[in-house]
Write a new protein. Structure first.
Length: 123
């Protein structure tokens, strides 16, 4: 038999529940539920996409900065080492590793699953 607390906090399917100001955790999502199992998303589901946003801004920003510097300085680059060559070298040393690192981050998030299901088998 159910005790008084269980009867008091019973969830009814056709009735909205009052959460009393509490929010539902966004990273605990039920994918599927039936008589055999309960399937949930993994704990990293809520953070998906945030790394892609940062990496995309970093990748495209570094690419744009690198290209504008090189295109601006390219016509004036001669055989002597001057301020234009120093700027092109500095931008190469800063932007190329940044583009490589952010591209690797983009590759790991963009070509991965959106979530990894966790299944609790009742049987």
């Amino acid at each position: 038999p159910l005790n008084e607390d269980e009867k008091k906090y019973q969830l009814k399917q056709r009735q909205a529940s009052d959460l009393a100001g509490q929010s539902i955790m966004p990273d605990v999502k039920v994918i599927r539920i039936n008589s055999g199992y309960l399937e949930l998303v993994d704990k990293y589901y809520a953070g998906k996409g945030f790394g892609s946003l940062i990496a995309a801004v970093g990748f495209f920003g570094a690419s744009l900065l690198f290209l504008t510097t090189v295109i601006d300085d390219f016509p004036s680059i001669g055989w002597k080492f001057g301020p234009h060559e120093e700027m092109a070298l500095a931008m190469s040393l800063i932007c190329i590793p940044t583009m490589i690192m952010t591209f690797k981050l983009l590759k790991t998030e963009w070509f991965a699953w959106t979530h990894y299901p966790i299944r609790f088998d009742y049987r």
